[in-house]
Write a protein that binds this ligand. Structure first.
Ligand SMILES: Cc1cc2nc3c(=O)[nH]c(=O)nc-3n(C[C@H](O)[C@H](O)[C@H](O)COP(=O)(O)OP(=O)(O)OC[C@H]3O[C@@H](n4cnc5c(N)ncnc54)[C@H](O)[C@@H]3O)c2cc1C
Length: 503
């Protein structure tokens, strides 16, 4: 029996963090896995890119689980993903310009954050205290990560509900309100604006997300791993390979081979086919369901998601290599704009999110700094532009980048004549490099309507097939997708009667 299980072959589509995590844990449990990745690199959305000596970080701003006293830390340890000595915990997560030259300091320490909020909006004391108390309450708890929720029996469920009753009550209370709705409680006009831009999050998101993130920051459990996103993904790739896993790069899967409603293999874009006992898609959800499987294995619930659920809006990332240091500047700012900046017909902003990578000197030679601006952007517009006329698309990118540089020069100064790299990623770039539907950077938006729902990792009517990653875990994010891969490995072990191991 053990011999047979040792030989079980698992094919994983996608070497993002979910695919790598599933691969690592299955290897730890004696499965022979192979990952097929369309790109030449691991990480998927969790990536960085190098231009003229500058490394531009494309994902991690905060990574939940970077402190030892949090359950998630164990998962990062199992995956050899982080080096505790190289975690940067910021004193301020964000500095928000709420009026020309007037800044709000978004402290990670909840007590300092409260003081700062009261300084700006003393008339909102009651709401501020309610909010900060909620941050501190969330900071007292940790969610269990050890066992896949799918494996809980009735008794486990009852025990869980009892043990976590307080945090579940807190969660249910705050989950129902969006950031946008909560910001209306503030009487102070500036506080409304500050709150709206608090973590640069989409204001349609549930308040529970904002509170939990601030709680983890308060505990110093949501730091930044020095080296950035690709370095982080590379560390997990190394772990996977050391466990005997194999990755086929530049291998886009074009079909999942199905026989008698059982997934039995994959076809790669070059026409080659590979057989497996279990097939896992850790790739984009829409592409998996509607292209790789031709939309044959769906029900009303799945159709409804793809028709009606909100997605994380895609982005334009303007990456700027600047030949100067920014030693005494805040690392992340929301800058208030004198006139709105139009990104595309659907997106216009009156503030701009800027990240100055003065806290990670591994990303540029001494005396030089990567500066990144993130703007919401519409996939349909940028895609149509690129398909219609590549020259127009390139010009639109250049126009946007020039406007951004002008704003930075005006706001920060001493910048435009020191630019060595100007690189623009649009929603089409996210799509081309990761295949994510509409260029979404975190999948399903955790609005009050859907946050907290559990999604199935299987498709109706299809055997031997599973999905992991941000399209089956509402809200996405690195801890969630790494856990998604781990949980699936547990489910598969249970199905095969194996004790799950992590060594
Ligand atoms: C700008 C930005 C900021 C972010 N900030 C944070 C943050 O601070 N903290 C945090 O936790 N998360 C953050 N995230 C989100 C996080 O990066 C993602 O949620 C996570 O990386 C998704 O992982 P995944 O493995 O589920 O999917 P993906 O990363 O999309 O991986 C899927 C993989 O499948 C491959 N693939 C797709 N189709 C095929 C195919 N047909 N054949 C073969 N391979 C295929 C893709 O190339 C990709 O490598 C951020 C993301 C972005 C873009």
């Amino acid at each position: 029996m053990e011999e047979k299980l040792m030989n079980k072959r698992v094919i994983i589509i996608g070497a993002g963090i979910a695919g790598l995590s599933a691969g690592c844990y299955l290897q730890m449990n004696g499965y022979r896995t192979e990952i097929f990745e369309m790109h030449s690199l691991p990480g998927g959305l969790c990536t960085s890119w190098k231009r003229n000596g500058y490394i531009f970080n494309g994902s991690i701003h905060w990574l939940v689980g970077t402190c030892k006293n949090m359950n998630m830390h164990k998962i990062w340890e199992e995956l050899n993903a982080i080096d505790d000595a190289k975690i940067v915990n910021h004193d301020e997560f964000f500095r928000i310009e709420f009026e020309e030259g007037e800044f709000f300091r978004g402290y990670t320490d909840a007590n300092k954050l409260e003081e700062e909020m009261l300084r700006v909006a003393p008339e909102d004391e009651e709401t501020i205290k309610e909010f900060i108390n909620a941050v501190k309450e969330f900071a007292k708890y940790d969610f269990p990560v050890d066992r896949a929720p799918e494996l809980y029996g009735i008794l486990d469920g009852i025990k869980f509900l009892f043990k976590y009753r307080r945090i579940l009550k807190l969660f249910r209370r705050w989950k129902k309100i969006s950031i946008e709705n909560y910001s209306r409680k503030f009487r102070n006009r500036n506080m409304k604006k500050i709150f709206y831009h608090m973590l640069g999050l989409d204001s349609r998101i549930s308040m529970a997300i904002l509170l939990m993130t601030l709680a983890w920051m308060h505990r110093k459990c949501a730091g930044y791993p020095h080296g950035g996103s690709l370095e982080f993904a590379r560390a997990i790739e190394r772990k996977y390979i050391s466990l005997g896993g194999r990755i086929h790069y530049n291998s886009k899967v074009s079909k999942i081979i199905v026989e008698n409603n059982r997934a039995v293999g994959v076809k790669v874009a070059d026409g080659s086919t590979y057989k497996g006992d279990i097939i896992i898609s850790a790739a984009d959800g829409h592409y998996t369901v509607f292209d790789l499987l031709d939309g044959k294995y769906i029900d009303e619930k799945i159709r409804d998601r793809y028709q009606n659920w909100d997605l994380f809006t895609s982005l334009c990332q303007i990456s700027i290599g600047v030949k100067r240091s920014f030693d005494n500047y805040p690392h992340a700012m929301s800058l208030s704009l004198k006139k709105p900046l139009k990104i595309d017909p659907k997106n216009e902003v009156d503030s701009m999110c800027v990240i100055i990578y003065n806290f990670d000197h591994s990303l540029a030679p001494a005396g030089k700094t990567p500066v990144v601006v993130l703007l919401p952007a519409d996939y349909e517009y940028w895609n149509a532009l690129r398909e219609d006329d590549k020259k127009k698309y390139d010009n639109a990118k250049k126009t946007l980048a020039d406007e951004v540089v002008k704003i930075l020069d005006d706001k920060i100064g001493n910048l435009s004549d020191k630019i060595e790299v100007l690189d623009v990623a649009t929603p089409v770039t996210y799509f081309r490099y990761t295949n994510n539907w509409k260029g979404s950077f975190e999948g399903w938006l955790p609005t009050p309507k859907i946050f907290g729902k559990r999604m199935e990792k299987t498709l109706p009517g299809l055997d031997n097939f599973y999905m992991v990653g941000q399209w089956v875990e509402i809200g996405g994010g690195l801890p969630t997708v790494a856990l998604s891969g781990r949980n699936l490995a547990q489910i598969i072990c249970k199905r095969d009667g194996k004790k799950f191991r992590t060594d």
